[in-house]
Ligand binder design. Sequence first.
Ligand SMILES: NC(=O)c1ccc[n+]([C@@H]2O[C@H](COP(=O)([O-])OP(=O)(O)OC[C@H]3O[C@@H](n4cnc5c(N)ncnc54)[C@H](OP(=O)(O)O)[C@@H]3O)[C@@H](O)[C@H]2O)c1
Length: 326
Amino acid sequence: MKINLGIIGAGWIADKMAETVTGLGNPGIVPFAISSRSLDKARAFADRWGFLKAYGSYEDMLADPEVNLVYIATPHSHHYAHARLAVEAGKAVLCEKAFTANAREAADLLALAERKGVFITEAIWTRYMPLSLKVKEILDSGRLGKPKMLSASLCYAMEQKERILRPELCGGALLDLGVYCLNFARMYFGSDFASTDSSWILGETGTDMYENITLKYRDGRVAHLTAAALGRCNREGLIVCDDGYIVVENVNCPEAVKVYRDYKLVEEYYPPKGQVTGYEYQVLACKDAMEKGWLESPYMPHAETVSVMEQMDSLRAQWGVRFPMD
Ligand SMILES: NC(=O)c1ccc[n+]([C@@H]2O[C@H](COP(=O)([O-])OP(=O)(O)OC[C@H]3O[C@@H](n4cnc5c(N)ncnc54)[C@H](OP(=O)(O)O)[C@@H]3O)[C@@H](O)[C@H]2O)c1
């Protein structure tokens, strides 16, 4: 099946996606259409990346019968409305993280896609990456004994970003950065939580700028997660097992996975040669699922997307962070 990719929103991540699909050079994935609220911006984007069509409204692009996969690249606050428009138009959807503002919107959107028989998945890119899957394989092999503890941190200097500061754009570190830490913990330790504790700092606009989350699991395991928009951190993931530990360099986009036994480095893994940006795996997963006629991706099942949103809803409730759509 040929994928004609259409993008909604010509911002930062849209450029990354364009760099990815053009760099991938897969004849089955065509950098087809860009839509923006500004036709000039869409045209400039199309010229920059060689997209075939440029639209000055999202709706106009969705009316194009040749577009068959729509990438939602707008702020969190708008994912629900924009993905809904795409689903209503019968298009398959790859929707950026955080999937929606809250779990209610996520469940509603997924139910609509199911009724319409349309494929939809969350663009939480780490879920689709070979190095993420490698970590799972190592843990499942039992060669380090039982995994017991995990930590992950993801902090960027994003204090001035409008998208982070404004509650009406569903700002805050959690939906932008914490979501990666939560997904890291869930990929390897699951979601059978016994308790959740957290400490947090809110910024002047009421969005969360820092959070430290401790998840205890019913089987006795524990995860410590730190996310913040206040500065840069090492972005490290660490999984501690009976006989050794695994270090994931950059939980936002794994750059290396290092396995230690008796405090000695015994295995190391790197992204596949020829990796473009790392964003390509989620697009390839969409193509594969669409060819198979699936409505969801095995890499990020719908139930997991809703469950992550529920987890973030409950953390925000604890912190008093509310969005207008709650
Ligand atoms: N996976 C990753 O590594 C990664 C990295 C960064 C961001 N993201 C995700 O990508 C999404 C977009 O982030 P971004 O950094 O690309 O944001 P951005 O640069 O601010 O771009 C968002 C685009 O959305 C469109 N838009 C529509 N309504 C808007 C509104 N009311 N206010 C602002 N923009 C609006 C705009 O496009 P037009 O003006 O062209 O219509 C804007 O350029 C977010 O969900 C974010 O979490 C993911």
